[in-house]
Design a protein around this ligand. Structure first.
Ligand code: NAP
Ligand code: GLV
Length: 309
């Protein structure tokens, strides 16, 4: 195989183990960390790179994103001939399923209230709830959403799913397109967001849509902060229409210290950790796809720049 250059440009990531792993998986490649003025490369491995990176790398053939979501990349001017390839699962789907299932169960079983009671020495029972009263709606039924929806069916929650095109997942009621969004929301009490962030989905978790959830609705946002209109969530919690939310992603990350979400007891926060990029799985997937590219084989996980995901 001919030698080729990989340029690594990933924010908030220690490059050394990635370089060592990529080199071990692709010994014919020269792998280096990008710096301004670095020589031109054939392939990029990136996470939230600056525009300057692409301005200086106009000849790239492929851009591998070390995350599932490509919204940060879609905002940049990319070399038009380069394919953008995202991570597909790479160990994230099971993490997302465990995170969302524990959140739904925690909410359904009043486990936060039991934890509060235990802290003050109260032995209290809450009335068991009916699973049939807790239909869960999963927005986005892609690699992660489908895994989450199916995991929830194993706990026998009624599960609804909403996607752009109709889906056929066992035990999941399919809704699709803008025309079925209201029915999907009205059929759900707990809402899980696993949509990609695109112009069509930005601010989709707004007052009008969240108001359509069944009373005492609960929001789990594990996709992107810009899906959610933050003031609308607070207003709906304060009015009592929503009983609370679990948020893993925010418009500004890290969440600023003075943000009202920190002080809202009905909101539980985690720091964008529901499904982490796993280095070894990701390197194996990227190396496999680079091999496929070099052999001119078809690749899965190529982003459609028109759809934005
Ligand atoms: P994916 O495989 O591309 O799936 C996207 C799903 O969203 C598809 O079902 C798609 O419908 C649907 N969709 C897209 N636009 C839509 C629209 N306008 N209306 C209705 N449905 C729409 O993505 P994924 O790998 O599951 O990842 C989803 C997102 O999770 C990522 O984009 C990222 O933002 C987020 N994420 C977060 C974390 C974290 O730690 N918090 C980790 C990983 C990923 P079709 O099936 O019809 O195409
Ligand atoms: C993380 O948020 C990802 O998109 O992989």
């Amino acid at each position: 195989m001919t030698p080729f250059q990989i340029s690594f440009c990933c924010a908030n990531t220690d490059p050394e183990p990635w370089l060592a792993g990529l080199h071990a998986a692709l010994p014919q490649a020269q792998v280096s960390v990008w710096q301004p003025g670095a020589p031109a490369a054939d392939v990029a491995v990136v996470w939230q790179p600056p525009q300057q990176f692409f301005d200086e790398q106009p000849q790239l053939n492929a851009i591998f994103n070390i995350g599932a979501g490509v919204d940060a990349l879609m905002k940049l001017r990319l070399p038009p001939q380069a394919v953008v390839v995202r991570l597909e699962d790479a160990g994230m789907a099971v993490q997302m399923a465990e995170y969302v299932c524990q959140a739904v169960i925690r909410h359904f079983r009043d486990l936060n209230a039991y934890a509060d009671d235990a802290r003050v020495g109260h032995w209290t029972y809450y009335k068991p709830r009916q699973r049939s009263d807790f239909p869960v709606g999963v927005m986005g039924l892609g690699v992660l959403g489908a895994r989450v929806a199916q995991a929830l069916t194993h706990f026998e929650f009624p599960v609804n799913g909403w996607s752009r095109t109709p889906s056929a997942l066992d035990g999941v009621r399919s809704f699709s397109g803008a025309a079925q969004l209201d029915d999907f929301l009205a059929s759900s009490r707990v809402l899980v967001n696993l949509l990609p962030l695109t112009p069509d989905t930005t601010n989709i978790l707004n007052r009008a849509h969240l108001s359509r959830l069944q009373p005492s609705g609960y929001l789990i946002n594990v996709a992107r902060g810009a899906h959610l209109v933050e003031d609308d969530l607070l207003a709906l919690i304060h009015s009592g229409h929503l009983s609370g939310a679990l948020l893993d992603v925010f418009r500004t990350e890290p969440l600023p210290a003075d943000h009202p979400f920190w002080r809202e007891p009905k909101i539980t926060l985690t720091p964008h950790t529901s499904a982490r990029t796993l280095r070894e799985d990701s390197i194996a997937q990227i190396a496999g796809k680079i091999g496929a590219l070099l052999r001119s084989e078809a690749l899965a996980g190529i982003v459609d720049p028109v759809r934005g995901y």
